[in-house]
Write a protein that binds this ligand. Structure first.
Ligand code: FAD
Ligand code: NAD
Length: 478
């Protein structure tokens, strides 16, 4: 007899493991199936986010930022340092330790919440004779088929491939290789000036590489507010020193013994050949739904491989749900987790819901970038009348004390109702500051509401307060 469950979750990334924990908390008998193995060949929970995404990239960003501070910023504080150096293997070991703490932590959380954890690749094996769905799990040993009344597909995403370019994660890398260099490349090429491109570019540039980013689109960080993207472009190509070619068409990538030759054409038709010690391809991600056998049980995928779902993450088949990077919406860990919670609650008979309009975005560069809600260009395109308030960090006492004065907070509010429609930040700790704006949007706050709330002094949050005052042209400090 196969083991039976109320819920089987396929995938233990931030979508799947959170869904499994929440389902178990709600009293549902739950199994979580995951195929990931770490470089040591051991099963490792946490998916892309913990193993080769959010967590390791933030660890390296922090290390490289500290290195840069020590080299270039401490002197301003009167701190003199001699012989500053970077030990890349040690920095990587710190990153790996952080990753392992969290991946093993999920195994403990599963134990605590009585989630059964199965290592192996899950695929649909048809409807079960007595209701529910059969899922075959193929791991290191003989395969096993389990039966679940509900299945949550949380299989995440994989890097989009550039046709004709083979990833070896030695010379030509995706995110996996880009996070694991054992030394600082002299010349690093990156294809794609998206979030991974600018975050990984920042890490290796700060550590001493010459970094060239080739971006196909004429613009840069297309999802961000245009004014923020322009400010970011100035900061990344100015003080940070990234070389960014927008409107660049990659013509060929040739891997040699120790270097990679990239041929590309710029907008005006000029051809270039650049040789790099390493190349990172970061041109987006695609849903990881191949081999799942989803269509054989009637689950519809769209033309790009995303599982088709409604607002509650229900697929075309009863009892089968899909969440996270495998479905529509932004590919962000917190979006995956929130969908996981919502689906577990729906299965348990509650009213799970995720508001895709209030998902915050963060780019962990220096300055950081964060936003929630509509951009100015979106409001213009939709013909919405709005008012904007803006406050620069250079006028913030706390930002001055930190020595991080680049950037600003911009608030967009409906011209008639004053309801906040979007908040865009470029500057220090934007990742933390954005939470106030998310709460404001969730509670349909007006700019006036934020303007009337007391913000601590001196704090970076005063910039949010002043931007709200600015919506009504009554900022106090500019
Ligand atoms: P995943 O995390 O991809 O997990 C899916 C899991 O399912 C994997 O373990 C996979 O092995 C497993 N799996 C797939 N198919 C099967 C199968 N058939 N059977 C068994 N197991 C299967 N997002 C942020 O919000 N903030 C960040 O700072 C951030 N930084 C990032 C940095 C990088 C370099 C990258 C690449 C991504 C980053 N992201 C970030 C995006 C974030 O990692 C993803 O949005 C998030 O991991 C998606 O979660 P998920 O649970 O949907 O899928
Ligand atoms: P992305 O979608 O952010 O950026 C990809 C970039 O590559 C785009 O600017 C695109 O125009 C460009 N591009 C596409 N094809 C190209 C080509 N042939 N030549 C040159 N440029 C090309 O994707 P990403 O940077 O690979 O990251 C994938 C996803 O991971 C992101 O969408 C994001 O959701 C997630 N992520 C999030 C964070 C974060 O939240 N801080 C960090 C890293 C990754």
């Amino acid at each position: 007899m196969p083991k039976t469950f109320d819920v089987a979750v396929i995938g233990a990334g931030p979508g799947g493991y959170v869904a499994a924990i929440r389902a178990a908390q709600l009293g549902l008998k739950t199994v979580c199936i995951d195929a990931w193995k770490n470089p040591a060949g051991k099963p490792s929970l946490g998916g892309t986010c913990l193993n080769v995404g959010c967590i390791p990239s933030k660890a390296l960003l922090e290390s490289s930022e500290n290195y840069e501070r020590a080299l270039h910023k401490f002197a301003d504080h009167g701190i003199g340092l001699k012989g500053v150096s970077i030990d890349v293997p040690k920095m990587q070991a710190r990153k790996t330790k952080i990753v392992n703490t969290f991946t093993t932590g999920i195994a403990l959380l599963f134990k605590k919440n009585r989630v059964e954890s199965l290592h192996g690749f899950g695929r649909f094996a048809g409807a079960a004779p007595d209701g529910g769905w059969q899922v075959e799990v193929t791991g290191d040993g003989p395969s096993e088929t389990i039966v679940a009344r509900n299945v949550i597909v949380a299989t995440g995403s994989v890097p989009r491939q550039l046709p004709g370019v083979a990833i070896d994660n030695a010379l030509v890398c995706d995110n996996v290789g880009a996070l694991s260099f054992d030394s600082v490349p002299r010349r690093l090429g990156i294809i794609g000036a998206g979030v991974i491109g600018v975050e990984m570019g920042s890490v290796w540039k700060r550590l001493g590489a010459e970094v060239t980013i080739l971006e196909a689109m004429p613009t840069f960080l297309a999802a961000a507010d245009e004014q923020i993207a322009k400010e970011a472009f100035r900061a990344f190509t100015g003080p940070l020193g990234l070389i960014i070619h927008t409107g660049a068409k990659v013509l060929s990538v040739t891997t040699g013994e120790k270097s990679v030759l990239v041929e590309y054409e710029e907008r005006e038709g000029t051809r270039h050949r650049d040789e790099f010690d390493r190349l990172v391809v970061a041109i987006g991600r695609t849903p990881n739904t191949a081999g799942l056998n989803a269509e054989s049980v009637g689950v519809k995928l769209d033309g790009r491989g995303y599982v088709e779902v409604d607002a509650q993450c229900r697929t075309s088949m009863p009892g089968i749900y899909a969440i996270g990077d495998a479905v529509r919406g932004p590919m962000l860990a917190h979006k995956s987790s929130e969908e996981g919670v919502a689906v577990a609650e729906t299965i348990a008979g509650h009213h799970g819901h995720v508001n895709l309009d209030t998902i915050p975005w963060v780019v962990y560069t220096a300055p950081e970038i964060a936003w929630v809600g509509k951009t100015e260009q979106e409001l213009k395109a939709a013909g919405v009348a709005y008012r904007a308030g803006q406050f620069p960090f250079i006028a913030s006492g706390r930002a001055r004390a930190l020595g991080e004065t680049a950037g600003f907070v911009k608030m967009l509010a409906d011209a008639e109702t004053d309801r906040i429609l979007g908040v865009h930040i470029i500057g220090p700790f934007a990742s933390e500051l954005i939470s106030e704006a998310v709460v404001a949007l969730e509670f349909s706050a007006t700019a006036e509401d934020i303007a009337r709330i007391v913000h601590a002094h001196p704090s970076l949050s005063e910039a949010m307060h002043e931007a709200a005052l600015g919506v009504h042209k009554r900022s106090l400090h500019i």
